[in-house]
Design a protein around this ligand. Structure first.
Ligand code: ADP
Length: 207
């Protein structure tokens, strides 16, 4: 099973992805957790340089790097899924559509960059208003304090969740989207996620 967490900055992706990882491991499942961008790989390192404002890259170049960063981990995701493990990703190809798409990159072109990926079974969209994101945010990045932009990104995510836009369908993406109100208490959101996951886990996976 392949689970992805998406949402705007500080929406609670990492919080929920880590709680899910912990809970599933406790139940005896084997879990592989990947945080995108993966700043440890050579491509992710270039992305970090951009975020740290050490290098100037236009939107399309960034989109290519984000996609390459995901493709770099393709083999790990494939192997884990082949071995029957649960893969949890904090951000995935949908981030490119939401962010780089909102910055003007062409959505169909963006989607083509991730055409060779394995698509998830479930995407949890942590939905919060931009105002809440700005209030919570602790890490500084290029998008800091741009409320209108974050609202645009949020809107793009909601459009993917309700099927108005299906950028990766042509490439075999049939992921199910579940929208969660990220303003609810952390434990409450976690419990809902566990219920949704347990409904979808293959029987007999637990040992
Ligand atoms: P993301 O990975 O989406 O950037 P994080 O999980 O890092 O978000 O959370 C960002 C901040 O918001 C953290 O300080 C975290 O403790 C806080 N947070 C996460 N979930 C909630 C929630 N449901 N209610 C209030 N604060 C939250």
């Amino acid at each position: 099973m392949f689970v992805v967490f998406e949402g705007i900055d500080a929406s609670g992706k990492e919080t929920q992805a880590k709680l899910l990882e912990k809970a599933l491991k406790k139940k005896g499942y084997k879990v592989v957790y990947i945080d995108f961008p993966d700043y440890k790989n050579p491509i992710g390192k270039m992305i970090r340089k951009f975020l740290d404002k050490k290098v100037e890259l236009d939107v399309e170049t960034r989109a290519l790097l984000y996609a390459a960063d995901r493709r770099y981990r393709y083999k790990d995701i494939k192997k884990a899924l082949d071995e029957g493990k649960i893969v949890i990703c904090d951000r995935y190809c949908y981030s490119n559509i939401a962010y780089q798409g909102s910055l003007g990159a062409k959505p169909s072109w963006l989607a083509s960059l991730d055409a060779t990926l394995i698509f998830p079974d479930v995407v949890f969209l942590m939905d919060i208003p931009a105002k809440e994101s700005l209030k919570r945010r602790t890490r500084k990045d290029r998008y800091a304090s741009k409320k209108a932009f974050l609202e645009k990104v949020r809107e793009a995510y909601l459009n993917m969740a309700n099927g108005t836009i299906q950028p990766f369908r042509a490439y075999g993406d049939y992921a199910e989207w579940i929208v969660l109100d990220g303003r609810r208490p952390i434990d409450e959101i976690h419990e809902r996620i566990m219920r949704e996951i347990e409904l979808r886990l293959p029987r007999g996976g637990e040992e």
